[in-house]
Design a protein around this ligand. Structure first.
Ligand SMILES: Cc1ncc(COP(=O)(O)O)c(C=O)c1O
Length: 397
């Protein structure tokens, strides 16, 4: 009887193949540009295996990279993983691997803002046209597919506003038209969803966030299925993408505690989120595990857990009051990231300006938090003091 190993076990064992680790628990750092050979025959063999974990040249990777790549591919459920120096590079690398001049791209409207900028600036200049679609479009995506549409890009939940997409439906329709489906899967991390079972062809992680987990490394991964792995791998190589083995070592080290960290982030964030939901100042939560979040039903169906990142919308407010709320926190710091062990907070304005297929009412302030591993009671006390500062400004208006 075959026994399917659980994710918690895989997080510990994935990629720790002795051909790379030589028995060392954490695969050591192999720093290399040049790999040398004694014979022409050895060089021929290395060339033949250069794309399959053979030692060939530093840019093709070393055992440090191979062990980590194989761990991510296994956890995501794909066949191969390309590494990039940032999450943004993984996104551009994946898009540029499958698009050429004259192609049409379908991009989710709630996408991470730099991905939108990539489409509007770089891809537009290369002759690739982008159409943005409502994250909740579902079956309606059919109407947007053209004869030259090549890629459907998804991000679920969306950045900042957190809409959860119906990924299986969107991918099924995309495949009826032979599109390549690419998902920014960073929020789920490699353990809280099964992108390839939902029909995704390429799953991207900004490893900078939860995989690294300690806010000290930039890295991206793109994992592909059988159909698209060779094309992604070769094009990423042609674009010269590679990562430092020291960074990969840290990412691989972070990966081994992903399960326990995410479980605690989730627990702390749910405690804080329930408290926020009871506050009179809060209009609604944008947390996928709450009914008030668009696509909550897809979260329940497609995800096995949440994490520390969510947003909430206030009933009313202005820039001065939102500023008073986020400034002067004892534990929350302001920073443009998430996924580390520490709590972060941002007051986000101008969302209406980065939407083109949907509308967003920017008159109500939106606050995004990343709930870290601190005690939730301390974070709640911090937020409570923030609301007192917020209310004081509002009363003086
Ligand atoms: C959803 C998402 N995707 C991609 C990225 C980009 O990752 P990186 O900062 O590693 O380039 C980010 C960064 O915040 C993100 O939040």
């Amino acid at each position: 009887m075959s026994h399917k190993v659980k994710k918690d076990t895989l997080i510990v064992s994935a990629g720790r193949d002795s051909q790379w680790t030589k028995g060392v628990i954490n695969p050591p750092v192999f720093r290399a540009s040049t790999i040398v050979f004694d014979t022409m025959e050895q060089m021929r063999q290395a060339a033949a295996q250069k794309a399959d974990g053979g030692m060939f040249y530093g840019r093709r990777g070393t055992p440090t990279h191979f062990a980590f790549q194989s761990a991510i591919a296994e956890l995501e459920g794909g066949v191969g993983t390309a590494l990039y120096p940032s999450g943004a590079a993984a996104i551009s690398g994946a898009l540029l691997s499958f698009l050429k001049a004259g192609d049409h791209l379908l991009m989710v409207d709630s996408v991470y803002e730099p991905t939108r900028d990539l489409c509007n600036k770089l891809l537009a200049g290369f002759g690739v046209e982008t159409t943005y679609y409502d994250p909740m479009i579902g079956d309606g995506i059919r109407q947007l597919i053209r004869p030259n549409t090549k890629v459907l890009f998804l991000e679920s939940p969306g950045s900042i506003t957190m809409e959860v997409q119906d990924v299986p439906t969107l991918c099924r329709i995309a495949h009826e038209h032979d599109l390549v489906t690419i998902l920014d899967n960073t929020w789920a991390s490699p353990i809280n969803s099964r992108p390839f079972e939902m029909g995704v062809d390429i799953s991207i992680q900004a490893a900078t966030k939860y995989i690294v987990g300690h806010s000290d490394v930039m890295m991206g991964t793109a994992t592909a299925n059988q159909k698209y792995w060779r094309q992604l791998q070769e094009n990423s190589y042609l674009m010269g993408q590679c990562t430092s083995p020291d960074d990969v070592f840290l990412a691989a080290r972070g990966l081994r505690t992903l399960g326990v960290r995410l479980a605690q982030h989730q627990k702390n964030a749910l405690t804080v989120a329930h408290w926020l939901a009871s506050r009179p100042e809060v209009d609604h939560l944008r947390h996928p595990a709450f009914e008030s979040c668009p696509g909550h039903e897809f979260f329940k169906r497609d995800f096995s857990g949440s994490n520390g990142l969510f947003s909430f919308v206030l009933k009313q407010g202005n820039l001065a009051a939102a500023t008073a709320f986020v400034e002067g926190m004892a534990h929350f710091k302001m920073g443009f990231s998430w996924g580390g062990y520490e709590s972060l907070i941002l007051a986000i304005s101008g969302i209406d300006k980065i939407r083109s297929a949907t509308r967003w009412d920017s008159s109500k302030p939106l606050i995004r938090v990343h709930i870290g591993l601190e005690a939730p009671e301390d974070l709640i006390a911090d937020l409570e003091a923030g609301f007192a500062r917020f209310n004081a400004v509002m009363q003086n208006n």
